[in-house]
Write a protein that binds this ligand. Sequence first.
Ligand SMILES: Cc1cc2nc3c(=O)[nH]c(=O)nc-3n(C[C@H](O)[C@H](O)[C@H](O)COP(=O)(O)O)c2cc1C
Length: 338
Amino acid sequence: MAGLTSSEGAGPGPGAGRPFPANRVTALLGVDIPIVQAPMGWIARSQLASAVSNAGALGIIETSSGELDVVRGEIRRMRELTDRPFGVNIAQAFVRDPAIVEFVVEQGVRFVTTSAGDPTRYTGRLKDAGLTVFHVVPHLAGALKAVDAGVDGLVVEGGEGGGFKNPRDVSTMVLLPLVRSKVDVPIIAAGGIADGPTMAAAFALGAEGVQMGTRMVSSAESPVHQNWKDAIVAAAETDTVFLNRFSRPGLRALRTGRTERLERLEDIGPDGFGAVMDLYFGGDMEAAVPLSGQVAGRIDDVRAVRRIIGDTVAGFFATIDGLAARYGSSGGAPGGPV
Ligand SMILES: Cc1cc2nc3c(=O)[nH]c(=O)nc-3n(C[C@H](O)[C@H](O)[C@H](O)COP(=O)(O)O)c2cc1C
């Protein structure tokens, strides 16, 4: 494991307290820091999302669990736990209830990400209701279609990320600059981002915000069982598998005995998912599929959300300042000493 550099045990790192420059994502989301916590079924609920929003970034509440009554309560709880903005994700493949748009609008939410489905389906209705809509895209064609549908922005998600994936996965390093070169809307990059250097890299490739999934699953405030967090910390960068490569939905998950067996199947089928609750909250890592991204190989500890956000911002500034000092116009002369 390479390990993330951080200000561990040393108080706030360099750049702490330096305001993040406003951009289109901070303006549209109403946040100080353009970091978004990924929507994740059963995980992206008020305990985690409020910690993220209270740290100045954007917490998101999931709907992919399909448990809309519980989600309604979680949104109510968010209002008790934070007075900062937060958003909701509509994972279209999982919430087929046509009333989902009305549900989200009724909750008074201002920001929505739509994912796992056709952007023409809900964008118009959500926009008509006055919401800001970002659609999650895994390829350029999806990005162009979403922009045509009238979204305010895109979450551009590389195939190294955890969770449900297009089986024809494209890495963030390729997808992000490609989409950036073809569209003008603001982009939030997802897939492989867990710290300042990766956030700075995403900005260099055209993003104005980043979304973190695996880093947030393994945060102190994440509600999942400690065994899953420990497995992320222990994982090498090679310790994820891609399931359903030749069917749908594609999935990226931690390598376990179960997922190694499923990796060989053409279609893992409904039984492949297993007993989600036994894994998520019971800690039985073989009971289901522990969705996680390759960046697990760079996560070395379980950290409080506030520290993840603070370290990421500090690392972002350290990275861009370091590059400017080394390669900027006032830096060393071309061809000069290293
Ligand atoms: C456990 C887990 C559950 C996820 N569930 C969802 C979901 O419900 N909706 C969605 O749009 N993305 C979902 N994703 C994908 C994330 O939103 C995010 O884009 C991805 O994790 C980013 O890559 P990273 O894991 O490298 O940070 C999930 C990811 C994980 C790890």
